[in-house]
Design a protein around this ligand. Structure first.
Ligand code: FMN
Length: 194
């Protein structure tokens, strides 16, 4: 059984992302969004910098942002046809809600940027766990949108802010299937003195 919420350990053992390509209504309620955000920020954060923030796309905003993505994709790839451009326009319409996690990591006298960025990754993971525990489907994506400077501006980011994740939230349109998981034991070495 995937996404077994009967206990914390069972959820961690069986957690499976949904696919943004197969997500439908209902999306998260306003109360669920608030709960997800409250759980998201409960992460290790060296220096208590809270080096992250959130952007939410819901309803009409997804379509409006779709026009921006389509136009930017066309500017980047003028040779691409209507089908690809329509797919870019529909990117955020695949799910009822898209939650952007912005890493606001910046140079700091004591806390390395790397550690601040890792904290943003932990935020993304907490969102997945929280959303799954609430019975939602979710997927942590980035896509080209997260790596394009023009799109960063369109999302309201200012350097050195970066997208850590664009997390699609909704209801899986079809049953989830697990994927092969790494053999954790094989990844472990025990250090011993040379
Ligand atoms: C930082 C990051 C960015 C990702 N971006 C994408 C993406 O753009 N498109 C995609 O299909 N999967 C992306 N993934 C992978 C999926 O989130 C995830 O690995 C997949 O849904 C498998 O589900 P699981 O969480 O059950 O292993 C990304 C993962 C991470 C950690």
């Amino acid at each position: 059984m995937l996404n077994d919420t009967s206990s914390v350990l069972n959820l961690l053992r069986t957690r499976k992302s949904a696919s943004a390509k197969a997500m439908t209504e209902p999306g998260p309620s306003p109360a669920q969004i608030a709960e997800i955000l409250n759980l998201a920020v409960r992460v290790p954060d060296h220096g208590k910098l809270a080096p992250w923030r959130f952007i939410l796309w819901e309803g009409e905003a997804r379509a409006a942002f779709g026009e921006v993505m389509r136009a930017r994709w066309q500017a980047l790839h003028p040779d691409h046809g209507a089908e690809t451009l329509d797919a870019m326009r529909a990117l955020f319409l695949r799910a009822p809600a898209v939650l952007g996690v912005v890493s606001t990591a910046a140079d700091h006298p004591k806390i390395p940027v790397w550690e601040q960025q890792l904290s943003a990754g932990a935020v993304c993971m907490n969102i997945l766990t929280a959303a799954t525990a609430l019975g939602l489907g979710c997927q942590w994506n980035s896509d080209w949108v997260a790596y394009d400077a023009e799109m960063a501006r369109a999302m309201g980011l200012s350097p050195p802010e970066r997208i850590a994740g664009l997390i699609y939230l909704g209801t899986p349109a079809s049953p989830l299937e697990d994927r092969p998981r790494p053999d954790a034991g094989a990844l472990l070495t025990r250090w011993s003195a040379p």
